[in-house]
Structures are given as structure tokens and as C-alpha cells.
Write a protein of this length. Sequence first.
Length: 205
Amino acid sequence: MNSTKDTLRVVEASFIISAPNLKLCPEQDLPEIAIAGRSNVGKSSLINMLCNRRNLAKTSSTPGKTRLINFFHLRIEPGDAHLNLVDLPGYGFSKAGKAIQSEWRKAMQDFLTQRPLKGILHLIDARHDPSDLDIQMREWILHSKIPVITILTKVDKLKQNDIAKSHKNVKAALDIQSGEPCILTSVPKKRGIQEFLLSLTDLIK
Ligand code: GTP
Ligand code: MG
């Protein structure tokens, strides 16, 4: 176990800018890590948990809240690590309408294929089997060779026994190798922060 002195903490966190597409994204001046996952999985909430802030990233119980590519700057201590987290619009939000969905898909695809990234955080709702879109995203990430951290969200909504089952199930469905990070998180219980920050700082070493 880490001593308090070694405990990783986000000591500074700020919103930088929102961009509707890759062309309008800011120049890349720091290591960047993108957050991908279906609408409502908890991407924006996870940023707030990590930074110990309530409303740094806007969240909503209605899917489709994040519609732009949002950049956040984080400084992590000890180690003075600086990085930008990029909150992306979620995939699989059928109510958004075909035109908007395809606009988001294009913005996300352009971003993920053309922006040099240090890593991708792939979020999966612990309550459900990974969807076809989750599996497609996983396949694409593996093909791109970008390092990935898989994160199971909302584990507080499961019973203890079911958490272990879901963990096993997601690892099998997404073919997650042993030694590859697959972290259990819960925003209300602040679960998973240390493991998450350790994996995050590993990505930018
Ligand atoms: P989009 O921006 O629409 O793509 O969604 P998102 O992935 O950013 O999800 P968001 O963070 O807005 O969270 C969606 C809903 O899930 C909100 O009502 C959150 O409060 C809730 N939520 C997120 N994480 C957790 C969690 O760990 N546990 C529980 N119980 N609820 C969570
Ligand atoms: Mg969001």
C-alpha cells in the first residue's frame, strides 16, 4: 500500500476549451488521453471524480449531454505530471437523430484516428454486457495500437458478487489480457481513483 506521501492526487484541474471537430481543436502542447464510451456511461462524471470537483465536466442523467470535444488540463502530484484529458461525446445515442449522430461519429473518428494520443480510457457500464459498439470500439483501439485503460463504471449499482462476475465477463467479452488495466470505479463511492491515477501516469511516462 502507498503511504500518504506517495498517494497520487490531482492538485490542479481546469477546463481548457471545447471544440466541435478536429480542425478546431487546440494545438497539442501536453500528453493527451481521450475518454471514449457510450452515452451516459459516466465519462464526464469520472473526470469530476478524479479531480475531486462537482461540475468541472458537465454531467446529466439524460444521455447525449457532451456534444463537443472538451479539453481539461490536470496536474498530478507527486511527480508533477501534466496531461490533458479529452472528454468525447458518447456513442450509441439513438435519440440524437441520424444527422447529429453521424456528425458526432465523424468528429470522434477524426479525433481518434488523427490526433496523436498517449492513451484511451474506454468506459464500460458494469451493469451490462459490452454492446456491439463497445466491442467495435475495442477492436478499433487494439488495431490503432494506442494504449488503453478499460474502466468499469457504476459498480456501486451492483451487489458485491455481481461486481466480480461483471469484471470477469467484461474481460472475456473484450478480450482483455492479464496485466492489462481493467479498473472498477464508482463515482458516489469514490472507488478506483488511486488505481486509475497510477495507470494514467504510467501512460505518460
Ligand atoms: P454523455 O456526455 O451523454 O456521453 O454521458 P457521460 O458518459 O458523460 O455520462 P455522465 O458523466 O453525464 O453520467 C451519466 C449519468 O450517470 C449521470 O446521472 C451520473 O450521475 C451517473 N453516474 C456516473 N457515474 C456513476 C457512478 O459511478 N455511479 C452511479 N450510481 N451513477 C453514476
Ligand atoms: Mg459527458
